[in-house]
Design a binder for this molecule. Structure first.
Ligand code: SF4
Ligand code: SF4
Length: 342
């Protein structure tokens, strides 16, 4: 382990894999990349109904039944043989009754960093997760509480999320985790981005963002209207300016430039394999996944790795899905990660 002053401990296996991947990308050996982060969607249930979210609109929670605790532990155990870091995602991961135990289990397996993407509404009840989490990402699109309520489809959510961020931000040092807010840029919140950046700075948390996307991962049609596009570019310019003048913005510069122009890039989905609540492996990604074998049924990382290697990782229309795009850009621009570490 190395311990850096500004970041939680990073697994040396993660750094080794990252450096190896960056060299292989540079040499064009992109079929030999090593996975870096498992994105485990532990549930598609959610206690919010965000206007831009596909997972709730299309009844995902019914289509993809969650594994019981034992099955979820099996997914974590198998994938740890080949992946150094994990991100718990959803839906709302804190809705799982066993989430504290699953995160603790991930820690005992040696995953690091461990991240969680949450809307925070259940955080007080499940705050034990903070003992084992390195990065906590809370979704917040605006500090205008009424607007946030509308975007979340949930009355009172705006105030509760802002209060949670202010409550848990001061605990970062003592509990050894880093908190960031994640904002989805949609026509409704474009003009309030500077305020949100100021809030992040004053509260001592970091900031990430993505544009609103369609189900195929392309920028939402509503962002292409000329006036909205202009406002979008102004919001991204504010983010870029904060990136240059403060350490608030976590997204790397190449990512900000790409999404600022709605421009995708090379995609290396091997870096971030994702598993759905029912234990199925969605590779190369949820958009172009054709067959989805079950990780517990595959039974070992060796079998999972064979599926990853045999599945052609190509698509006709490269997208802006942030976890794929940003990790792929990091592999192409490894010094951007080093800048974050200094
Ligand atoms: S909190 Fe996340 S999963 Fe829940 S509705 Fe909003 S975007 Fe979707
Ligand atoms: S660019 Fe990557 S994440 Fe996007 S559709 Fe293609 S393979 Fe999937």
């Amino acid at each position: 382990m190395i311990n850096l002053p500004t970041l939680p401990p990073i697994n040396s296996a993660f750094l080794r894999a990252f450096i190896t991947d960056a060299v292989r990308v540079r040499c064009g050996r992109t079929r030999d990349l090593r996975p870096l982060i498992l994105t485990y969607f532990v549930t598609f249930r959610c206690d919010m109904r965000c206007t831009y979210c596909d997972y709730t609109d299309h009844g995902y929670a019914h289509r993809f039944k969650e594994l019981e605790s034992e099955g979820a532990r099996e997914v974590l155990r198998i994938c740890r043989e080949g992946v150094p870091a994990v991100a718990f995602s959803g839906g709302e991961p804190l809705l799982r009754s066993d989430i504290v135990e699953l995160v603790r289990y991930a820690r005992t397996l040696g995953y690091r960093p461990i991240s969680m993407f949450t809307n925070s509404l259940m955080l007080e009840e499940k705050q034990e997760v903070l003992e084992d989490i390195d990065y906590l990402q809370i979704s917040l699109d605006t500090i205008d509480e009424e607007l946030q309520d509308r975007l979340s489809g949930c009355r009172g959510a705006g105030r509760r999320i802002v209060n949670n961020i202010m409550r848990y931000a001061p605990l970062q040092k003592a509990k050894r985790f880093r908190l960031n807010i994640n904002c989805v840029l949609s026509p409704a919140n474009l003009d309030s981005v500077p305020e949100l950046l100021r809030f992040a700075e004053e509260t001592g948390v970091r900031f990430t963002f993505s544009p609103q996307l369609e189900a195929d991962g392309q920028a939402a049609t509503v962002l292409h209207d000329p006036d909205t596009r202009h406002r979008y570019q102004r919001a991204v310019a504010a983010i870029l300016s904060h990136k240059r003048s403060t350490d608030v913005v976590l997204d790397i510069l190449p990512f900000i430039r790409h999404v600022g122009n709605f421009q995708s890039g090379s995609c290396y989905p091997m870096l971030t394999p994702r598993v759905y609540p029912d234990g199925t492996l969605r590779f190369p990604c949820s958009i172009v996944c054709r067959s989805a074998p079950s990780v517990p049924e595959l039974g070992s990382w060796r079998q999972v790795a064979m599926v990853l290697r045999k599945t052609p990782a190509t698509c006709a229309s490269p997208c802006l899905l942030p976890c794929y795009l940003e990790m792929s850009l990091l592999a192409e621009h490894p010094f951007a990660l080093l800048q974050e570490l200094t």
